[in-house]
Design a protein around this ligand. Sequence first.
Ligand SMILES: *Cc1c(COP(=O)(O)O)cnc(C)c1O
Length: 424
Amino acid sequence: MPFQNTLEFARSLDENDPLRKYRDEFHFPKVDGKQVIYFTGNSLGLQPKRTKKFVDEVMTDWEELAVEGHFHSEKPWWDYHERLASPLAKVVGAKTKEITVMNTLTVNLHLLMVSFYRPTLKRYKIICEEKAFPSDQYMFQSQVKFHGFDPNDALVEIKKRDGENQWRTEDVIAKINEIGEELALVLIGGVNYYTGQVFDMGAITKAGKSVGAHVGWDLAHAAGNVELKLHDWGADFAAWCSYKYMNSGPGNASGVFINERHLGKDDIPRFEGWWGTKKKTRFLMKPEFEPMENADAWQISNAPILSVAPYLASLEMFEEVGMQALIEKRKKIVSYLEFVLHEIDKEVESTFEIITPEDRGCQLSVFLHGQGRPLFDYLMKNGVITDWREPNVIRLAPAPFYCSFEDMYHFGQILKKGILEGVS
Ligand SMILES: *Cc1c(COP(=O)(O)O)cnc(C)c1O
């Protein structure tokens, strides 16, 4: 069915949306008393209404049981995090034992590099994407220096070709093969935070493994957004935050994948703590570390329950809906947004350009020609929450859980009005 840029048509898409009822399961901020159009689920997902119950439950158990809550609350704290592994495994395409939840994303990537970035004089290079998310860049530089190498030599950034907005898989693979025996690690953001491009994670993982390197993925913008098959692709490890598409609240616990081929080993280099040792003997307080057989071996501290509880609430919703339904709605709503943008662009004569390639998830990055910043401010004032990236890009991510097709239509009208009023 061809799309139409009308309120009636947008509403008919909403009526036929199987996920429609989930919109009411989230709290929306308001501007001038009106619920906003929220495009920043790629930065901080909205709060599910049911989350409070999960957090209150922990607060009440703490209030009433205190230390006994570790073992005697309804969801005992000592193994609370284990409840997240199975639903998360489905989100990222893993086996349950390959998943754990701990710490925060950059911390986890550092900890995973302790295990999977073990440079030698011969094999010490890291391949990442050009202009990776800043936290990842700082991480790479500090890791390389920590091991006594020079970032200018050891860090190999894959570049886009001149005049192109996207990385080509063939260029990534060619670089992997070129570095070959010097390559220790490939670690790329599976979905680029700036352009929204989805990398061909299967092909890149295969290429990296074939030259003997470890391959990991930063899935901050991928988890809960695009189809992932971490186990089948054969990735060594991955980590992601829970507060973007996974709606678990600011700064909350991060998910980790470690391929089963690395599990159950006690000779793998790893930073260890008491929550990684076997449950059976953990409280005997013995000096020997006996790793859990699953990815929990990487757990160091006891889990931050108040940060894990909202993640569990959110995963309950992912379980109900399933990634397949989310992906179907996401494809449709992003296509509709793209259509609306093109329609508006025709009416206002090319004042912006979508720089997100075909291989995309939820996000469209829009380059605003001319003065973009006042237009961005205008959108915010009119209840459209987007985000601004230098030099002139706004990112629009209509998260399928809670954004409606009607939102896309209204956004188009507000954008058009702003442009026609000469805001940009
Ligand atoms: C959001 C994001 C992060 C955030 O890292 P934190 O450690 O959770 O603060 C890291 N890397 C990428 C690619 C991101 O998009």
